[in-house]
Design a protein around this ligand. Sequence first.
Ligand SMILES: NC(=O)c1ccc[n+]([C@@H]2O[C@H](COP(=O)([O-])OP(=O)(O)OC[C@H]3O[C@@H](n4cnc5c(N)ncnc54)[C@H](O)[C@@H]3O)[C@@H](O)[C@H]2O)c1
Ligand SMILES: [Zn+2]
Ligand SMILES: [Zn+2]
Length: 337
Amino acid sequence: MKVVYCQQPNQFLEREEEKPVPKEGEALLQIKRIGICGTDIHAFYGNQPYFTYPRVLGHELSAEIVEINGESEFQLGDYVTIVPYMECGSCVACRNGKPNCCVSLQVLGVHTDGGMKEFLAVPLSHLVKVNDISLDAAALIEPLSIGAHAVRRAEVKEREQVLVIGAGPIGLAVMKFAALAGAKVIAMDINPERLRFCQQWAGVDHVIQGGKDALSELQRLTNGDGAWTVIDATGNQHSMNEAIQYVSHGGKLVFVGLIKESVSFHHPDMHKREMTVIGSRNATRADFEYVISCMEKDLINCEALLTKRLKLTEVAQQFTEAIDPRTNVIKVIVETE
Ligand SMILES: NC(=O)c1ccc[n+]([C@@H]2O[C@H](COP(=O)([O-])OP(=O)(O)OC[C@H]3O[C@@H](n4cnc5c(N)ncnc54)[C@H](O)[C@@H]3O)[C@@H](O)[C@H]2O)c1
Ligand SMILES: [Zn+2]
Ligand SMILES: [Zn+2]
């Protein structure tokens, strides 16, 4: 089978290997689609912290079950996606029903080899059936679930004002699920192209161009209240430090984007608001199932997100071109055949 390794920063290498043999409790999957996300791009360019090479990337996957070793509800030929977060099952987070933030979490395609290959053996416990949606859509469940999880963490309510900062794939998902929860969604980004896209794709109520007039624009749109919930999906330190100013008194600030540095703000600004600060990491099976239910109801335009397709055999040569932001790419998807 073909396997594409990220051999070292800036280099993919295709190799031939034996198909893996599934252990007890595992299924052998024939990988169909692999979504590319920011983590993969950081890994490729060598700026993902604590990343080791060589590594097979790929954690946004759709696949067909071709072999099962053990008892399960699955059948050969089932289409599945994978919950790629491998938890320990016994730490304090796992014991409290939060495997998404397990103390020793191993993410497939990040900490261990992922799905940029033709066949992959994975624990049956981490598979989710997706027989009623397309293989393209199924590869989007993971990144969309990150957004759904942030909206769930924020407990977004109907008619609530929600400001989402950052209109990349993660922010777009946050906007969409906040809108589906009935919120009034305002999107902010510094990239006008991304703002245009989110307005059509996520059905947000207003967009704000990030910059010096952003606060007064938000105040104008909210009668001076600010946003009850602000969700930052930028991965930008400056934005995360400044996001507090947009939060209503009594409201909350959710960080779904992540950075390697510290976030800091003036404590009186937090105190006077009695502001809640919430982290949002990964997603859970419940988020995956919610996203699938939205896809089955045709509430999400998956195809519009997939702005560039590559074959597995083209990754080594065409990756940098495919992810070039100048092409206004939203998401690259790799097909194995
Ligand atoms: N919570 C999680 O578990 C999880 C999972 C996956 C990704 N992420 C993180 O989510 C973040 C977003 O991911 P993405 O793939 O959508 O990234 P992206 O880079 O495609 O999108 C970020 C967007 O933020 C905008 N932006 C940057 N600085 C800004 C600023 N100061 N003001 C307004 N907008 C600004 C950019 O123009 C861009 O459109 C990243 O930090 C990523 O690491 C988190
Ligand atoms: Zn991802
Ligand atoms: Zn754990």
